[in-house]
Write a protein that binds this ligand. Structure first.
Ligand SMILES: Nc1ncnc2c1ncn2[C@@H]1O[C@H](COP(=O)(O)OP(=O)(O)OP(=O)(O)O)[C@@H](O)[C@H]1O
Ligand SMILES: [Mg+2]
Length: 335
């Protein structure tokens, strides 16, 4: 079915059109700078401006307006995987609000809640818990967000949080070892732990490529355009520019590594018999030259760069593929 996936990032807005399926067929890939700088409107005025921007990108590129899928930033959401004694669907439906109250820090009257059973023990096995994913957001925020789209004549068919789109795009098999998925963007980094094909937890941090460029501006005295260029060209390569670019970028990259280590330690404290030896990087900043190697050396783990267009047909982009991970995950969702 023809579909449109929209990812509003603080660096750029990304829109991909194509046939939605487990393996989508790509029609158009569009990226436009986000001159507004915000990803979630704080008031109606901001919503109108962002809506207009999206409207003109869709219009200018003659993109279809059906089957539109959206992803919400992790920072706007509170997700939690809980383990509870096995319940039937009906029992769970009546218990879920009470569960949410304990785990989701949003007052009941403001809470828009979705939940999904991730796993159930085999019938008759009352020892094992069932795992349920709770996703909560503030009603006012979700309403403003969907109203922004309704205001430009778009009725979204799907609204999920970033990490789900990212994980789906990777198509990880249930047999894969515990994998930490890191979406390294411009002003946010989302980390989701996937174990046996299931999300165990998600963390989000205000880290990203903007801080890397800022470091180059401040440490080397580059202007913003040069900083962006040096970052992309030299990255963590110690042999370039007398290693000065690498040196300026290192503190921010080490900050990312500290957060990755925290996520891994958290998983291991909850799962003492499991080891996380694999990290998959996506998002525009994952392309920083030398990043995968740097993390491999620091953490002694296998670090892979996601390719959301691997084995995908149609008008696939040749560059900046990692930036379209969220859009690809949205298109891969079968509704
Ligand atoms: N080749 C590259 N090397 C290093 N950084 C890169 C490269 N290409 C893009 N980037 C950086 O990637 C970032 C954009 O990534 P992305 O498109 O994932 O962010 P975003 O979705 O707009 O932001 P966010 O989700 O954090 O609001 C920018 O900071 C940009 O400088
Ligand atoms: Mg993003």
């Amino acid at each position: 079915m023809p579909a449109l996936a929209i990812d509003i990032g603080s660096y750029s807005l990304k829109i991909v059109s194509g046939q939605s399926a487990k393996k989508p067929i790509i029609q158009r890939v569009v990226e436009a700078p986000n001159d507004l700088g915000y990803v979630l409107p704080n008031d109606d005025e901001q919503a109108a401006k962002l809506g207009e921007t999206i409207f003109s990108i869709i219009n200018d590129n003659k993109l279809p307006r059906t089957n539109i899928r959206l992803s919400l930033p992790e920072a706007a959401i509170s997700s939690k995987v809980i383990a509870i004694p096995p319940l039937t669907d009906a029992e769970l439906a009546s218990a879920i609000e009470w569960q949410a109250e304990q785990y989701i820090p949003i007052p009941k009257e403001e809470l828009a809640l979705q939940y999904q059973v991730l796993s159930r023990p085999e019938k008759g096995n009352k020892q094992q818990p069932m795992k349920v994913l709770l996703v909560g957001a503030r009603k006012s925020l979700v309403e403003r967000y969907t109203n922004m789209f309704l205001g430009i004549g778009i009725e979204p068919v799907l609204l999920e949080s970033h990490i789900f789109s990212v994980i789906r795009s990777l198509d990880l098999a249930t047999t894969e070892p515990p994998t930490l998925v890191v979406n390294f963007g411009a002003s946010s980094t989302d980390m989701g732990m996937v174990d046996q094909g299931e999300l165990s937890f998600v963390f989000t941090n205000p880290l990203g490529g903007k801080a890397l460029s800022k470091a180059l501006e401040q440490e080397i005295g580059l202007d913003p355009e040069q900083a962006e260029q040096y970052k992309r060209q030299y990255g963590l390569d110690a042999t370039q520019f007398e290693g000065k670019v690498r040196q300026a970028l290192t503190p921010a990259v080490d900050g990312l590594i500290t957060e990755i280590s925290k996520s891994i330690r958290y998983f291991q404290s909850e799962n003492p018999n499991s080891d996380v030896r694999r990290i998959v990087l996506s998002g525009g900043s994952a392309q920083l030259p030398g990043l995968t190697q740097y993390i491999t050396e620091k953490l002694n783990a296998e670090v892979l760069l996601a390719d959301p267009f691997y084995d995908i047909k149609g008008e696939v982009p040749t560059a900046n593929r990692q930036a379209f991970t969220i859009c690809m995950g949205l298109l891969m969702r079968e509704l």
